[in-house]
Design a protein around this ligand. Structure first.
Ligand code: F6P
Length: 381
């Protein structure tokens, strides 16, 4: 019989974290199960720092449905299978501390751990599952790149924020006859760029899956000019790269080993400058950044997060562990965490943009690609 469960939120924050937490806690409470939350993701699991969660009046998980961020924090630098430890002499070493986490779980009698996170988080969840821990994953990320699910929570809110930015860039771009470039997040997947470009009626969308040729973009802009449209909106995904070229990288993150440490960003500025040179028109870049992650979730994300949270707790009640809640062909479902990590099965192996990583990227025959092309959005090819 399930008595005690714990939630951890891990990786970059998104709108909807709290809605998932609420869904799990409410379902747990209705079944007489106690729910806890580890503080700051896997870091809290390692340090054994957690709080009891309650949706009762004045409880810490009460009224959190519309709240952005995560009431139990989140960590972007916590691969406990390859954890950064500073020795007394100041030297840094990386250690597998997963057994400390497992001991913490056993000592305090947690029957299941819910891992809310993206591909890196779910890779660690799979590794814990391999080591015998009862885990259930919930797919989170604004990037929408977790394998085996049609959609991750937080993505819809990010797209809505990007769409609003495009709407605003339209009016200022039109007024000053400029090319307005908007750089959006997404890492190695162009979902945010593509969907927000369609939603906002942009003229160009450059995504990592389609290396671009700026001559093609320039001809789209010139074509608009010839029809009296003296401004253009260009949405650029942070992972976009020119044909035969590389991604623009800002630097390196210190998120430890066994995680993707590449700090993307800067491509918007590059594209704006080059388009100015090619077209002779004025161009300006706006980098949307963390606006895409913060703030209240959309109605869609609130509902999706609630579905995911309640489903995750249902799976726990049924004793179905080692699973990830997903949406498959529009239906709420679950898949094995093994399927989610794909070929990246080695315990502690690097998640993110490696050959083995099972990221879900935009496929060229996807409806969104076809739709974008049909309404004349130039994809840089
Ligand atoms: O994965 C989510 C995401 O927001 C990416 O879109 C972005 O590249 C990255 O996180 C930024 O990470 P950080 O919080 O380390 O700056």
């Amino acid at each position: 019989m399930l008595k005690k469960v714990a939630i951890l939120a891990n990786g970059g924050d998104v709108a909807g974290f709290n809605a998932v937490i609420r869904g799990i806690v409410k379902t747990a409470e209705n079944s007489g199960v106690e729910a806890y939350g580890f503080i700051d993701g896997y870091n809290g699991l390692l340090k054994n720092e957690y709080v009891k969660l309650s949706t009762a009046e004045d409880g810490n998980a009460e009224g959190i449905l519309p709240k952005g961020g995560s009431i139990i924090g989140s960590s972007t630098n916590a691969n406990v299978f390859n954890y950064k430890v500073e020795k007394e002499n100041g030297e840094v070493e990386y250690k597998d501390l997963s057994d400390v986490c497992i001991q913490n779980i056993k000592n305090d009698g947690f029957d299941c751990i819910f891992t809310l996170g993206g591909d890196g988080t779910q890779k660690s969840a799979r590794d814990f599952s391999t080591k015998g821990v009862n885990v259930i994953g919930v797919p989170k990320t604004i990037d929408n790149d977790v394998a085996c699910t049609d959609i991750t929570f937080g993505y819809n809110t990010a797209v809505s924020v990007a769409m609003e930015a495009i709407d605003r860039l339209h009016t200022t771009g039109e007024t000053h006859h400029r090319i307005m470039v908007l750089e959006v997040m997404g890492r190695y997947a162009g979902w945010i760029a593509l969907e927000s470009a369609i939603a906002g009626g942009a003229d160009v969308a450059l995504i990592p899956e389609i290396p671009y040729d700026l001559e093609s973009v320039a001809s789209k802009i010139r074509n608009r000019q010839s029809r009296g449209k003296n401004f253009s909106i260009v949405v650029v995904s942070e992972g976009a790269k020119p044909k035969g070229g590389e991604m623009t990288i800002q630097g390196t993150r210190d998120n430890g080993q066994g995680v993707d440490n590449t700090k993307l960003g800067g491509i918007g500025q590059v594209v704006a400058k080059q388009l100015e040179e090619i077209t002779g028109l004025e161009a300006r870049n706006t980098t949307l950044g963390y606006m895409q992650r913060g703030g209240t979730p959309t109605a869609y994300d609130r509902v999706l997060s609630t579905k995911y949270g309640t489903k995750a707790m249902q799976l726990a009640l049924e004793g179905k562990f080692g699973r990830l809640t997903v949406i498959k062909n529009g239906k709420l479902d679950d898949v094995s965490l093994e399927d989610v990590v794909g070929n990246n099965t080695k315990i502690g192996a690097v998640s993110g943009n490696t050959a083995e990583s099972n990221l879900r990227r935009v496929s060229l025959d996807h409806d969104l690609v076809k739709t974008a092309r049909s309404v004349g959005i130039n994809l840089g090819d």
